[in-house]
Write a protein that binds this ligand. Sequence first.
Ligand SMILES: Cc1cc2nc3c(=O)[nH]c(=O)nc-3n(C[C@H](O)[C@H](O)[C@H](O)COP(=O)(O)OP(=O)(O)OC[C@H]3O[C@@H](n4cnc5c(N)ncnc54)[C@H](O)[C@@H]3O)c2cc1C
Length: 492
Amino acid sequence: MTAAGAPTLIVVGGGGGGLCTAITAAQHGATVHLLDKQEQLGGMLHIANGEFSGAGSRRQREHGIDDDPRRHFDDVLRISHGKVDRELAWMSVSAQGETVDWLDDLGFQFDPATPGLIHGHEVYSVPRTYWGVEHGRSVLRVLLEQLAPLLESGRIVLHLRTAVTGLLTDSAGRVTGVRVQGPADTAERQLTADAVVLATGGYDADAALRNQFLPAHCSSVLIGCLDHATGDGLVMARELGAAVSADGIFLPVMGLIPDPGRPGHAVDYREAFVELAPAYRTPYEIWVNKRGERFVPEDTTSPELRERTLLEQPDVTMHVVFDQAAVDAAPVPLIRNPGGDWDSDRFARACRDSPWVTRADTLPGLARKLGVDPAALESTVNDYNAAVAAGADPHLGRTVLPAPIGAGPFYAVTSVAASILSRDGLRVNTDLSVLTESGEPIPGLYAVGEVLGNNVFAGDNYVGGMSITPAMTLGRHLGARLAAAGHDRSAA
Ligand SMILES: Cc1cc2nc3c(=O)[nH]c(=O)nc-3n(C[C@H](O)[C@H](O)[C@H](O)COP(=O)(O)OP(=O)(O)OC[C@H]3O[C@@H](n4cnc5c(N)ncnc54)[C@H](O)[C@@H]3O)c2cc1C
């Protein structure tokens, strides 16, 4: 690059973070090599709910919702218990409304129910969460539309099925490019650029790497994300001396079902999960741990309470226990998916023959199949039925008590705590420069998206939209900044 010329960037990873970085950089004049080891772009957008958040958006105003980034940030601090990285989180939150407007301008297909409140995480004080009619893929759709002309003009050069295997540095320690292995490469080759952006996502698909960051008793949590999330960017940067957070924080996602065909993995979230949020479905069941004991009021409106309580249960495992009457009576099926193609009939069939459902004519028989003490399960069900009869649950305080668990056949769907996104990641400054252990920026190396770790934006909790939206928002910010740095070298 000449001092006044447009820079060449390498963006590693074409998920929401990398795509926004590459598109914005190219639109601001940079030449971008966008590399992804997968056959298709999109990363976790293919499976994600795609719920993003932003305050002060045009769409909020159109819906008569009074909001601003400061109130959004107050909510983020409340829900995250103040444990976010305040500078980076504010940098994102303060611009997230603009990201929403940008998607809106691009023709994003909002679900008509948005902006809405979501109940899968602790609830915001006003509706400021948005999602598309095709969830994460709605986001991907508009990003790919933006990408197309940039590919055509050559501003972005796309390298699919091309894994970045390492970072190149010069004698001064500046990152000058990457080592890659593409589909036609018989050996690794090198690609150089003025700056490299790591947008490689998280590490949760690599259980051994993930477990380095989890509390020891959580090592059996299910993998609930796509296979590409193997922490490559984190590992590569760590080899150069990059600092990686190790906060020891973990909160599971609940409701994922162990995949009988793939030990350690959850059934694909797009296929099925157990709906536990009472805002979306009245619970007709009880949840028991491996000792056959209930452990949390099944109607709690606090996702955080149920997630933290599950972490204290043996093998972070729960069985959702119900009878035939619940199958027949519950208006919304227990098993759902984001595509909405589970109905009561499909669920009833699953109860008869799915490997995800354990069934028996008697409660002791069900308990034995689950590996639970039969006497303990019977006692728990008797106590629950007494609570239903009395209209009060003295044990846990559940108030939604629609029916006893009475006659067989009896069923259970087992669910294990799952990890879907990485809590720890590369430490960066507000330039999104990757930092060394001593806090120095590694020249030429930047990072954006889940590779930063979700604790930066969500503290020790889940905060609505606070993974996808920072990935997109800071990606756009970084892309524009790095492109501008080509015209003003001092900013790089
Ligand atoms: C089931 C599920 C639901 C979710 N729902 C939401 C939600 O509603 N809201 C929200 O905010 N967050 C949600 N998330 C999290 C969110 O989807 C991710 O945190 C976010 O999309 C990550 O974006 P990213 O661009 O950083 O990484 P990714 O989307 O993971 O993209 C990383 C890309 O890098 C590529 N890559 C990795 N290593 C290499 C390498 N060595 N060489 C080349 N390419 C490489 C990968 O192939 C991939 O395409 C959800 C996650 C899951 C699993």
